[in-house]
Design a protein around this ligand. Sequence first.
Ligand SMILES: [Zn+2]
Ligand SMILES: [Zn+2]
Length: 65
Amino acid sequence: MKNSLAVIETPRYNQNDRPIHVHTCVPLPGDDFLRHEWECDSAYCQSVRRKCPGHGGKLPRSLDD
Ligand SMILES: [Zn+2]
Ligand SMILES: [Zn+2]
Protein backbone atom coordinates (compact mmCIF):
# COMPACT_ATOMS: atom_id res chain seq x y z
CA MET A 1 0.00 0.00 0.00
CA LYS A 2 1.50 3.26 -1.05
CA ASN A 3 -0.19 5.29 1.64
CA SER A 4 0.93 3.16 4.53
CA LEU A 5 3.44 5.81 5.59
CA ALA A 6 0.80 8.45 6.13
CA VAL A 7 1.92 11.65 7.73
CA ILE A 8 0.33 12.24 11.07
CA GLU A 9 -1.71 15.38 10.90
CA THR A 10 -1.49 17.78 13.75
CA PRO A 11 -4.19 20.29 14.55
CA ARG A 12 -3.53 23.72 13.16
CA TYR A 13 -4.65 27.02 14.53
CA ASN A 14 -4.78 30.19 12.56
CA GLN A 15 -2.10 32.33 14.05
CA ASN A 16 0.31 33.79 11.55
CA ASP A 17 -0.28 30.70 9.49
CA ARG A 18 1.76 28.64 11.89
CA PRO A 19 0.69 25.73 13.97
CA ILE A 20 0.74 26.44 17.65
CA HIS A 21 0.76 24.07 20.52
CA VAL A 22 0.28 24.29 24.25
CA HIS A 23 3.01 23.69 26.78
CA THR A 24 2.63 23.09 30.45
CA CYS A 25 4.94 25.26 32.51
CA VAL A 26 5.88 23.95 35.94
CA PRO A 27 8.16 26.57 37.51
CA LEU A 28 8.57 24.56 40.68
CA PRO A 29 8.26 20.81 40.35
CA GLY A 30 5.44 19.57 42.52
CA ASP A 31 3.87 22.99 42.92
CA ASP A 32 0.58 22.80 41.11
CA PHE A 33 -0.38 26.31 42.13
CA LEU A 34 2.12 27.86 39.76
CA ARG A 35 1.48 25.44 36.97
CA HIS A 36 -0.07 26.94 33.88
CA GLU A 37 -0.30 26.42 30.18
CA TRP A 38 1.11 28.61 27.48
CA GLU A 39 0.96 28.67 23.74
CA CYS A 40 3.94 28.42 21.47
CA ASP A 41 4.43 28.39 17.75
CA SER A 42 7.96 27.09 17.50
CA ALA A 43 8.42 24.14 15.21
CA TYR A 44 11.28 22.72 17.23
CA CYS A 45 9.65 21.74 20.50
CA GLN A 46 9.66 18.13 21.49
CA SER A 47 8.27 18.18 24.97
CA VAL A 48 4.90 19.31 26.25
CA ARG A 49 6.25 20.16 29.66
CA ARG A 50 8.41 23.20 29.34
CA LYS A 51 9.00 26.33 31.32
CA CYS A 52 7.66 29.46 29.72
CA PRO A 53 10.11 32.30 29.03
CA GLY A 54 8.47 34.29 31.79
CA HIS A 55 9.52 31.67 34.32
CA GLY A 56 13.08 31.32 33.19
CA GLY A 57 12.60 28.94 30.32
CA LYS A 58 14.45 29.37 27.09
CA LEU A 59 12.75 31.26 24.33
CA PRO A 60 11.38 28.83 21.83
CA ARG A 61 13.19 28.83 18.55
CA SER A 62 11.22 30.49 15.82
CA LEU A 63 11.35 29.60 12.20
CA ASP A 64 12.74 32.75 10.73
CA ASP A 65 12.45 35.68 13.07
ZN1 LIG B 1 6.62 24.93 21.84
ZN1 LIG C 1 5.41 29.91 33.31
